[in-house]
Ligand binder design. Structure first.
Ligand SMILES: Nc1nc2c(c(=O)[nH]1)N[C@H]1C(S)=C(S)[C@@H](COP(=O)(O)O)O[C@H]1N2
Ligand SMILES: [Mo]
Length: 264
């Protein structure tokens, strides 16, 4: 049977999908989807449409912005005069203090959980990997923003080395600091993990990342709010479920009631 096409060459099924998305995502989504025909071919997307699964706020966001959208990048003229520190700015743990005193020469980033090749990477090894530099705006829920230049290894590069298993759904970032007895941690999904602007940053504004801002390594996940950008990262754990980690909500602030998906 030949498929009916209208004068724009769009099949009725494609139109129905477009209408479904317009209803679900609103006009912004529809506008963005105009350029997203690839999405129609993705198996996950097909499944979503065939099951009529309700779109949560976060999956709707990913459908619209998924791997297609980049956070805005700025020019050196836009840099904030200084990048303030917020939350914990000087971890007090003895292990961290000892590593900081030694310029983090003995620090290693552990990668484990649902990966084919668990391991530990030194700062020198991370610095030797392909890097990306970007000037972005950081937005904190407390009502301040700052524009900074970050250099780091794209998380995708490290994951290419560690090889997540097919069942891995989230990357959990375990940090060196805590609030009271609760360690700081965060998590992101694989879409954000492989996004080209998602970095493990070791440089801020052209200088070695200061302790205030997360030395020796902090996450940049540019399409989300400040609290997702884990500082003092010690370990990446690939998981299929984060309900048994920390308070079970995917991050220190999430355990206090913040949204897990903190899209800007
Ligand atoms: N490990 C850790 N990461 C953290 C925090 C923290 O207290 N500890 N605070 C978060 C919050 S709320 C913000 S706004 C940013 C602040 O980053 P900055 O100190 O570089 O400004 O780090 C985020 N990541
Ligand atoms: Mo924040």
């Amino acid at each position: 049977m030949t498929r009916m096409r209208n004068r724009l060459g769009v099949t009725p099924e494609a139109l129905a999908k477009r209408r479904f998305l317009t209803r679900t995502l609103g006009s912004t989504g529809a506008l963005l989807l105009a350029g997203c025909d690839k999405l129609n071919q993705s198996p996950a997307f097909q499944k979503l449409l065939s099951t009529g699964e309700a779109l949560s706020k976060s999956s709707a966001h990913h459908l619209v912005s998924g791997q297609m959208s980049m956070a805005q990048e700025f020019s050196p003229a836009d840099l904030s005069p200084s990048f303030r520190g917020n939350g914990n700015t000087n971890p007090t743990g003895a292990d961290y203090k000892a590593m900081a005193a030694n310029g983090f020469a003995d620090w290693k980033l552990v990668v484990d959980g649902l990966v084919e090749h668990p391991g530990a990477w030194s700062l020198d090894q991370l610095r030797a990997m392909p890097s990306r530099t970007q000037i972005t705006r950081h937005d904190c829920v407390e009502g301040w923003s700052a524009i900074g230049q970050w250099t780091g290894v794209p998380l995708a590069q490290l994951l290419a080395a560690a090889q997540p298993k097919p069942e891995a759904r989230y990357v959990v970032f375990h940090c060196a600091d805590s609030f009271g007895s609760a360690p700081y941690y965060e998590s992101i999904d694989m879409d954000d993990a492989f996004h080209p602007q998602t970095l493990l940053a070791y440089t801020l504004n052209g200088k070695t990342l200061p302790v205030t801002n997360g030395a020796p390594l902090r996450l940049r996940v540019e399409r989300q709010l400040g609290y997702k950008h884990a500082k003092y990262v010690m370990r990446l754990e690939l998981v299929d479920d984060f309900s048994r980690i920390g308070g079970g909500h995917g991050g220190y602030w999430e355990d206090q009631g913040y949204q897990w998906y903190a899209g800007i």
